[in-house]
Structures are given as structure tokens and as C-alpha cells.
Design a protein around this ligand. Sequence first.
Ligand code: SAH
Ligand code: SF4
Length: 389
Amino acid sequence: MGVTLDLSRGATATATPVKPNLCGLTRAELAQALVEAEVVRPEKAKMRASQLWRWIHHYGVTDFAAMTDVAKEMRASLDDAFSLARPEIVERQVSRDGTRKWLIRTAPGIEIETVYIPDVGRSGALCVSSQVGCTLNCTFCHTGTQALVRNLTAAEIVAQVQVARDDLGEWPSPKEDRRLSNIVFMGMGEPLYNLDNVAAAVDIIADGEGIAISRRRITVSTSGVVPELQPLGERCQTMLAISLHATNDALRDKLVPLNKKYPIAELMAGIRAYPGLANTKRVTFEYVMLKGVNDSPAEAKALVQLLKGLPAKINLIPFNPWPGSPYECSDWKTIEAFAAILNRGGYASPIRTPRGRDILAACGQLKSESEKLRASARRKAAQAQREAD
Ligand code: SAH
Ligand code: SF4
């Protein structure tokens, strides 16, 4: 059992025992935790874990007292040994267009941004983060300017879905008419550098007796970590999105430096071998529109050539600028002309409408912006305090 020290100013240094949280465990881990804490006998572990699973992941309860078909004494022992608490929500914002953003703190220095975008996917998509920061330095991405803090645990990935479900009032898991219908791993970080935890989180989120968002409605986006594509397909069976952004190695080396390690030809071969790829399972290619950099008609034609024979759709993402960013977004007309060429080449190429810009929730803007805003709010508060003194 872990112990944390409360070192906040003025507090006497008292040790607060932290009870292990059950909300982010896989089925097997849950059964094991119950046995290890001697709350449940080994022969009953699987049955008990299934019972708790429904309460945690189908009903979304955060209190053992709500588990009405569990005996009172058992609920008390569970409560003594474990927690079902959600992490702290540091900030919650709702955009004029209905986009919601949460900043979730799971541990000191571990702040995770999660964005809910209505009217995307079947009815609404949750954009989750897989790391705090990123080791890759794509030159158009604000997350890429931040060092990696660490990989998120499976529990921290699942917690993002649970927090969103709480806020959307979506417990118990509805069978139809869901507001949160899709999950995209397009927040902070490179999910294929954290595949073990992403795979465990997908197992939990997709479980039919819980949150029950099917693997076909979960999309993992990667900048192109080729050796992990096959393991991703085999372990997760999720939809695949590739952040392509350029059709030749010289340019992609600059935009997505990982391309130097896994150039376009290798990436395309990896995608073509993605397990389960068929017409029903299209690969999404993401292409950020950068003015005068990658947005010419010749590049649109090259893109059609590159994807020939692949069941694919291309998401054109208008570049979201951030302070000091070295690029500008392509003009709307240029984006439309680019899309028209792709369409003529046989590829659906929706232009992604920027959402939640007023709350800095757009692609590639996560975390650092709100951190900056909070720093500036703290400075203003300190200034006001000084003036009041
Ligand atoms: N690391 C993974 C997933 C997170 S990035 C990846 O790169 O695919 C999610 C998407 O946001 C990627 O397609 C990325 O290229 C895009 N993106 C990053 N910064 C952006 C920006 N400033 N404007 C528009 N899209 C951006
Ligand atoms: Fe990392 Fe993706 Fe941003 Fe590249 S685009 S720096 S891989 S989060």
C-alpha cells in the first residue's frame, strides 16, 4: 500500500495512506487485487471481480455503498482496502460550440488534457492523451515543444473516459443515443511509445460489460512508429490513423523528424500490412495544412499516388497556430482545392473544422497553452495581492 506525505505549507507532515484505486484495473488485475488484500477468497475472485466490474464500468459508481447486491460487510471491507475515487479536475471549460475540455491531475506534476468534441464520429468523440509531453518534435505541434514527463498508466487513460462520462451524465453505459460514441488517441503524446498501457486501457474501455465502446470506434493516431503497427493491430484491433503531413521524405523529415528513422516507404509498407485492414477498415491519414509548405496541387496529386490501392480517408486539418509557431494555416481556398484533387482521386477528404478554439482545445494546442494561462492568472493574482497589501 502506498503512502504519500502531505508537504503543503502549514501542515504537519502526516502520512496519509493511499488506498489502491480499482477503477483503472483490468479484469485480471481486479481479481488479483481482491485476493491479495484478502477481501475475497481465491476461488471466488473471478465471480466477485465480474460483479464489481459491472458496478465500476457499467454503472460508473464511485462509492462501494452503491453496490446494492454486495453484502454490507463485504462493502465495508472493500471500502477499508480500496478506493473508487476519480482524480482531481483542475479545470473544466465548455466552448461556445459545445466542445468540453478537462485538465485532470492524477499525481503531482501529472496534468492531463482531455477534449470532448460533439458531432464527431457517430455522435461525439473524446480525444484522449497517452503521455504527458512527447519525445518526438514535430515542428508544427505545440506538445512537441515540451519534454516528455512520462507515459500515462492504463488507469490514467481510462480515467479520462470516466471523467468525461461523469460530466456528460452518461452512466450507466447507454446502449443507444450516446453522446460519447468514439475515442481518438489524438491528445498529447505518441500512443505507440506507450503501447502496453494503451492496450490495457483499450481492453477496459471496449469491454462489453462496462464502458462498451467498441474497438471499431476507437482510433489510435501515430506519427509513424512502424515496428509497433503490427503489435497495435494484433493487441488492440482498433482503427488506425497516420499523421502523414508530407508526401516526400525531404519534407516529412522536417515536419515529423521520426521520418528519418522510419521513412515514408517503410511506413506505407507497415500500413499495408496492418492486421485486419480491409475495405471496411479504412486507415485515416491526417494531413495538417501548412501555407506554402505542403499544400500545393502537385502534393495533393502525389498523395493520391502514394495511397493508391489502400482503403483510406484523408483528414485535412487546418493548422492551429500557437505562439511562436513557425507556420501559418493554408488559405481556405487552397485547402478546398487540395480536397477536390483528393476527391477526384477517389478519397474522401473531410476538412476538419477547428473546434473549441476559444478554449484552446484544438489539435496540437493541448496543455502548454492552459499551463501558460494559469501561470498568467497566478501572476495577476499575485499582482492584485501586492496592490491590496
Ligand atoms: N502523436 C500522435 C497523436 C497525437 S497528435 C500523432 O502524432 O499522430 C494528434 C494529431 O494532431 C496529429 O495528426 C498531429 O499531427 C496533429 N497536430 C499537432 N499539432 C497540430 C497543430 N498545431 N495544428 C493542427 N494539427 C496538429
Ligand atoms: Fe508528438 Fe504527435 Fe505532437 Fe508529433 S504531432 S510532437 S508525435 S504529439
